[in-house]
Design a binder for this molecule. Structure first.
Ligand SMILES: [Zn+2]
Length: 91
């Protein structure tokens, strides 16, 4: 039996899925709430507290996106702790 079909493997898969769902919901909530509040910019954040910063997401961190621009879908992969946050412009 492969690891992923074993009890430990199945529970790890569920963990990864729930982790991904949580971060995904957060990012979508930010986008939805921000729109109704007139927020115009977003920033890709997260990952700082985790030793294994994603090499895939690294290039997106701290990038600023205007509302309506294409933004990466986050989380991008299992163990991804990056998310979309509201970016407040200095006035
Ligand atoms: Zn990532």
């Amino acid at each position: 039996m492969s690891f992923w079909a074993s009890g430990a493997g199945l529970s790890m898969r569920i963990d990864l899925l729930s982790d991904g769902i949580e971060w995904g919901i957060f990012s979508n909530a930010v986008k939805t709430i921000a729109k109704s509040m007139g927020v115009k910019s977003f920033i890709i954040a997260g990952g700082d507290d985790f030793p294994n910063i994603c090499t895939y997401c690294e290039k997106y961190v701290d990038k600023i996106y205007k509302y309506g621009w294409f933004m990466p879908i986050l989380p991008a992969h299992p163990h991804c702790h990056h998310f979309i946050d509201i970016y407040l412009e200095e006035s």
